[in-house]
Design a protein around this ligand. Structure first.
Ligand code: F6R
Length: 318
């Protein structure tokens, strides 16, 4: 967050775009989910579309701004989407640390936000997120102001110790239960369920289901009536300031308990949506790393992603 703040607003675009499109995969693609979550809750915000695919949506045109995000700069799906954006003459901003995309930005003069090299892509989330928000702010279509972003950094610093203790409690709880994990939440925090899932997948090497209310109450809820297995453990993420959200989570708790599923409730802290999102991400991220350690696993090792990346060219090329 500190690094992102230092570069905040150094890059911007002159023309107000029709829509902002954010394309990327995995830890880089998730940045788009955060920007969407923040834009969605703001009146009159520029529309934000997230695309985690090698195909850019057909409606994207030269009137739009496309953020191409790949921490490594070498992710094939993202490079493919970038080439389509280039062919359609859209405004492009590249967020990367290195690789093919960094070279493209330099050789073609494409606006670039360069993030720190040599860390796991998913751990660069705050810097990449602040990178995108800073560009949007400098382009006259602000979603988050620099002041709000700076306040969020202070808030996270103040709450770091508590987040670490709470993350440890969550990890111990999950490890003792040894059950499959559900991350359940309410809108507008669906991104925390997605990010939390990704973190527990990649760091702790476990599959995770996400349940987001109120949509959950229109389908998943029925699935919990007759599951084959009842050995799930549900982590409920709630905003205590959101009355409807609290009631939705209370109702979810009842349904889980009827299905024989134990729950653990995590309350979000923060004065703004940005702070709540960052605090929730920190908490879930730390918990997933602690769970990996408790299981004797290396959180940084993602063997199966490497396997996929070694064959992705054949798959997408076809
Ligand atoms: C690794 C990680 C992955 C990558 C993804 C795309 O930490 O989180 O999900 O983010 O494989 O790679 P990049 O981010 O380099 O485009």
């Amino acid at each position: 967050m500190e690094r992102g703040l230092k570069k905040w607003g150094e890059v911007g675009v002159r023309e107000k775009p029709r829509i902002v499109v954010i394309t990327g995969m995995g830890g880089s693609g998730c940045v788009g989910d955060y920007v969407y979550a923040l834009a969605r809750m703001k009146d009159n915000s520029v529309p934000v579309i997230v695309s985690k695919d090698y195909k850019l949506p057909g409606f994207v045109s030269e009137k739009d701004l496309v953020f191409v995000i790949s921490y490594s700069g070498n992710t094939l799906e993202t490079i493919s989407a970038y080439k389509q954006a280039l062919a359609r003459n859209t405004n492009i901003v590249i967020i990367t640390s290195d690789g093919y995309l960094a070279k493209e930005a330099e050789s073609r003069g494409i606006p670039l936000v360069k993030v720190i090299e040599g860390i796991a892509p998913r751990t660069a989330l705050p810097e990449m997120l602040y990178g995108v928000l800073g560009v949007i702010d400098a382009s006259g279509i602000s979603i988050v102001s620099k002041e709000e972003a700076a306040n969020a950094l202070e808030f996270i610093k103040e709450n770091m110790k508590y987040a670490m203790e709470e993350a440890y409690r969550i990890a111990v709880e999950i490890n003792e239960k040894k059950k499959d994990l559900v991350i359940a939440t309410h809108t507008p925090f669906e991104v925390l369920a997605i990010r939390g899932k990704n973190e527990f997948n990649e760091n702790a090497k476990i599959p995770v289901k996400t349940d987001v209310s109120p949509e959950w109450a229109h389908n998943d809820i029925v699935g919990w009536e007759e599951p084959y297995r009842r050995d799930w453990f549900a982590l409920l993420v709630v905003d205590p300031e959101d009355k409807a959200g609290m009631k939705l989570i209370e109702f979810m708790k009842i349904i889980y308990s009827e299905a024989g599923i134990e729950t653990y409730t995590v309350e979000l802290k923060g004065r703004t949506l940005l702070e709540k999102l960052l605090y929730g991400s920190l908490l879930l991220g730390l918990a997933s790393v602690k769970l990996a350690r408790l299981r004797g696993l290396d959180p940084l090792e993602t063997r199966n992603i490497k396997r996929y990346k070694s064959i992705v060219k054949e798959i997408i090329g076809s």
